[in-house]
Design a protein around this ligand. Structure first.
Ligand code: KG4
Ligand code: ZN
Length: 353
């Protein structure tokens, strides 16, 4: 039972062939980093154009690598939201075209559910027990869900402002580190003292499991404004294809300390609410997924934390956007007979729970 999955919700054109919901026969990801990097963030119009350029070769390559043709497929799955409408539309339109031409069933998948399935997909030896708590942290989302048996979801908490990855990207942009900021800050943070700058944790009124990162972002902005940093920021902006050594050469110790402190604060914000959710719901597993799940500091902190249940992360390849996770989530929907028809729409703000 093979599903061709397509993911174009943001700035990655991805296609994968997944067998029985758990065997990845191929997973191709064409990144648009080179296009958006110089703007310090994803430019929606450019993203849709790049998807248009990449979608046919990426799907062909995924089929070729899987040794499969359209005739070997049981269904085509595609991300229907949340994401950038223009980007989603490219994947959805192409998936519909294949289904119409080949008379295949179509499955619409929520991108966030895909991120959760990225972890479930990989736990082949000891399957993850449900109910679980899932922390989905990326450039677009910071959500806590309860994942119940049969894969139904209950929203426990979410960010009220920026997503965690977005905070990383904004801080990186402010300091001249380019886009995406998460991986660079993650690597530089190990060279600084994470206790040097005391950032305050967010106190949430109402739902204590909600997140907020705008206060932290503003605190970083104030820290920068109080110093004369023009020289180092400009020097970093001018670097061409910098290596870690180049970044380190142009980043003085106080900035490294601030980055380490920023990262420690983000990790504390994420973990304390994830662990509280696991405790409160009696979860049998804690799943951490999304681009920020590749953060080395977050992984180390989560795996050494006093967690009430085992903690699971995806491998780095399945942490950031990919189509294999969409194929895995689609397999569950296939089993339920939850098919879409050709009226399937792109939904920028599609909710999971
Ligand atoms: O899941 P993803 O590829 O796309 C979205 O759905 O947003 O996540 C990308 C986000 C970016 O904000 C990026 O800065 C962040 O994940 N990210 C990281 C790391 N690697 C990627 N953030 C912190 N540490 C990392 N190592
Ligand atoms: Zn994502």
């Amino acid at each position: 039972m093979r599903i061709l999955a397509i993911e174009t919700s943001c700035d990655e054109t991805a296609a994968a062939v997944v067998e029985e919901g758990s065997r990845i026969l191929s997973s191709v990801v064409a990144s648009q980093m080179a296009t958006h990097g110089k703007y310090g963030g994803v430019v929606p119009e450019l993203a849709s154009r790049e998807h248009l350029r990449a979608i046919v070769p990426v799907v062909r390559l995924a089929l070729e690598k899987a040794g499969a043709g359209f005739d070997d497929l049981a269904a085509v799955a595609v991300t229907e939201g949340p994401g950038l409408v223009g980007s989603l539309l490219v994947g959805i339109t192409y998936a519909k075209s294949i289904c119409l031409a080949r008379n295949l069933p179509l499955i619409g998948v929520n991108h966030v559910e895909g991120h959760i399935h990225a972890v479930i997909l990989e736990a082949t030896e000891t399957p993850i027990e449900l109910p679980a708590v899932a922390l989905v942290v990326s450039g677009g989302h910071t959500h806590l869900f309860e994942v119940r048996a049969g894969f139904t979801y209950r929203l426990l908490g979410r960010t009220r402002d920026d997503a965690a990855g977005e905070a990383y990207d904004k801080v990186a942009k402010l300091l001249g580190f380019g886009y995406p900021g998460g991986p660079i800050i993650d690597r530089l943070a190990t060279h600084g003292d994470s206790r040097a700058v005391k950032f305050t944790l967010a106190h949430m009124k109402g739902n204590k499991l909600d997140f907020s990162f705008s206060g932290l972002k503003t605190a970083v902005l104030r820290w920068v404004e109080q110093r004369d940093m023009g020289g180092e920021v400009e020097a970093r902006r001018k670097l061409q294809n910098p290596t870690l050594e180049d970044w380190l050469q142009w980043t003085p110790k106080p900035t490294l300390d601030m980055l380490a402190s920023f990262q420690r604060t983000v990790i504390e914000e994420l973990l304390r609410r994830a662990l509280a959710s696991a405790e409160e719901t009696g979860a049998k597993a804690l799943i951490v997924s999304g681009g920020v799940a590749s953060n080395a500091g977050l992984r180390a902190a989560a795996l050494s934390a006093n967690s009430p249940c085992p903690v699971y992360f995806p491998t780095p390849e399945l942490s950031t956007d990919n189509a294999a996770m969409i194929g895995a989530a689609a397999f569950v929907k296939f089993g339920r007979g939850a098919f879409a028809d050709l009226t399937l729409r792109a939904q920028a703000n599609l909710a999971l729970a």
